[in-house]
Design a protein around this ligand. Structure first.
Ligand SMILES: Cc1cc2nc3c(=O)[nH]c(=O)nc-3n(C[C@H](O)[C@H](O)[C@H](O)COP(=O)(O)OP(=O)(O)OC[C@H]3O[C@@H](n4cnc5c(N)ncnc54)[C@H](O)[C@@H]3O)c2cc1C
Length: 541
């Protein structure tokens, strides 16, 4: 799948009639493609950059209901999310895995223990489980070593889940393609085509090869997330999206050792924030701010956000004395939230919407966690224009079942599980493609060298950042985006990618430049001092 001739072969079929054209290759588009193919529809997905390049590789990577949404009264969204979490945990072990969350309670805290207890009970009941438990301060300290002990009264532990968001998108798209769907990255829908006053297709432009084609479909679905208003503007619809940026800091686990997630209220504004382990590093997030930069630029953390998140970490782990030098990487994503004009961005609803405007179906908002439900809603809306289309079923699993063991000497159980989760039915082919020594993990990560070879050979990599930031996540996990190991990476992937030396050097320079601009820190002197905010927490305790 997706070897060197894939793009040309696919391009030559674009003039075929399609049932559904899906614009946008994030989790929303991926889910719609998967479910459309399951229903027997001829479905084409196009993504203007790389698959998951948008928000779907820049989320907090939680598969969760979100206690915050529950606290805001979004019971329906929370219930749907925790039930999807349960399904995804069962369907995709190794890709969606359980994550314990800790919630400390301190003297004088508001909300206090009993409010949290009530919230967690509802959270668990909505999920039809009972995962939360209260621990004494002594036991809680064992769960969260290094946590500030001053005034600690104890705390809760409850169950949630996490994923690799970009790999989730890839797995869903590739399973859709294996089942007969078509997906192309680096193909933008530039102009909507109309017939009889209705949107009936789009003019597509291949951003790698510069060619263009007109594609017609019974239904055109705008799954472009934060970009949704652009296509909507072409049918005269008023702008509705309020792009909100959320940013994260990444620390090496040895500097910020957390064995499970810690959720707490930020000392400055009492917003819920978290610190959690992911892929061997510690992730701190997130912010929620209006994003005014152009959407086509890679979003990046702003100096004030760095300071805000540093104050959060410092308030919980003052003894670790973390500084900017400890940060390995950062990343920021833009939430496609439907704006209602609320002053506080965090008060805007995170639910999804399906709008039909002059035949254009727009599906946006929502969460990674609920992508299957969003896809089913979109297809239900599409059914009106697709006579004979079966009714989408809510019962079927969204991920394909992966049967059988993974034959690979030398892989431990965790590695097998990880490969089966991330690559599904393709995991055996990945292992078979590995050259000697490539079933080893890249130092400091859980990623195998073989994953790089496989991605370069078969996963539609267009540029080096596709490989290092989305197919695998080395750009987030290693210092300087993995600069030190680029010669070894090159030795594994350059021939697979068919790139000349000049092309490799160009790609490497572009990747490192992008990494510095969007995946690292802004200039140190621009970052406000955060110590005063973190200290303000101490007397409160
Ligand atoms: C900081 C942050 C943290 C989050 N954390 C979580 C979390 O922990 N758990 C959770 O469940 N959810 C989380 N979310 C929400 C979740 O990430 C998003 O709801 C989801 O990723 C949106 O997916 P999407 O496919 O709609 O949009 P996107 O992933 O942005 O995909 C849209 C795609 O459309 C493409 N596109 C745009 N215009 C065109 C065009 N003309 N032609 C072709 N392609 C086009 C874009 O390039 C983009 O890749 C978070 C969001 C943010 C911002």
């Amino acid at each position: 799948m997706w070897t060197t001739t894939w793009r040309d072969e696919t391009w030559s079929h674009l003039s075929d009639p399609w049932d559904v054209l899906i614009i946008g290759g994030g989790i929303t588009g991926a889910g719609i493609l998967r479910e459309a193919v399951r229903l027997g529809l001829r479905a084409l997905l196009v993504e203007q950059r790389d698959f998951a390049w948008g928000t779907s590789s820049r989320s907090s990577k939680l598969v969760h209901g979100g206690l915050r949404y529950l606290a805001q009264g979004h019971i329906g969204l929370t219930r749907a999310s925790v039930r999807e979490r349960k399904r995804l945990l069962a369907e995709g072990p190794g890709l969606i895995d359980p994550l314990g969350f800790l919630l400390a309670t301190y003297k004088g805290d508001r909300p206090g223990r009993w409010t949290y207890k009530a919230g967690l009970s509802i959270y668990d009941l909505l999920a039809l489980q009972w995962s939360h438990h209260y621990y004494s301060p002594q036991d809680f300290e064992l769960l969260a070593p290094h946590l500030d002990r001053r005034g600690l009264k104890g705390g809760f532990r409850y169950g949630d889940a996490q994923t690799d968001d970009a790999r989730l998108v890839l797995r869903v798209i590739r399973e859709a393609v294996a089942a007969g769907g078509v997906a192309l990255n680096y193909v933008a829908a530039e102009e909507l085509l109309r017939e009889g006053g209705r949107v009936a297709g789009a003019r597509l432009v291949d951003r790698l090869q510069g060619r263009s084609a007109e594609v017609r479909a019974q239904v055109v679905i705008n799954a472009t997330g934060a970009w949704a208003d652009r296509l909507r503007a072409q049918v005269g619809a008023p702008a509705r999206i309020r792009p909100l940026r959320g940013s994260h800091l990444i620390f090496p686990a040895w500097r910020l050792p957390v064995a499970q997630a810690l959720s707490f209220l930020h000392p400055q504004d009492r917003r819920p924030v978290f610190i959690f382990p992911w892929e061997g590093i510690a992730l701190v997030g997130t912010t929620d701010l209006d994003h005014h930069a152009p959407l086509d630029d890679e979003p990046a953390i702003a100096p004030a956000e760095v300071s805000y998140l540093m104050a959060a970490v410092d308030s919980q782990f003052p003894s670790l004395s973390l500084g900017l030098d400890d940060i390995i990487a950062t990343f920021a994503g833009v939430r496609p939230v439907i704006g209602t004009g609320r002053a506080d961005p965090s008060k805007e609803s995170r639910d999804h919407v399906v709008w039909e405007e002059e035949g254009l179906l727009t599906v946006t908002g929502g969460k990674l966690t609920t992508f299957r439900l969003i896809a089913l809603d979109a297809l239900r809306a599409a059914r009106r224009h697709l006579p004979g289309m079966p009714r989408p079923s809510r019962r079927l699993p969204v991920l394909d079942r992966v049967d059988g063991p993974l034959p690979a000497a030398g892989l431990d159980e965790a590695q097998r599980r990880r490969l089966l989760g991330r690559y599904g039915a393709e995991a055996p082919a990945l292992v078979a493609a590995a050259a000697p020594g490539e079933l080893e993990a890249i130092a400091g990560t859980q990623t195998l060298w073989a994953e790089l070879r496989w991605a370069a050979r078969a996963e539609g990599v267009g540029h080096l950042d596709d490989l290092l930031l989305r197919r695998v996540r080395l750009g987030l996990l290693l210092e300087e985006g993995g600069r030190a190991i680029l010669p070894q990476v090159r030795a594994v992937v350059q021939r697979e990618l068919g790139w000349s030396d000049a092309r490799w050097e160009e790609e490497e320079a572009a990747y490192l430049d992008l990494w510095r601009r969007a995946y690292y820190l802004p200039a140190g002197e621009s970052i406000p001092d955060w110590h005063a905010a973190a200290l303000a927490e101490a007397p409160r305790r």
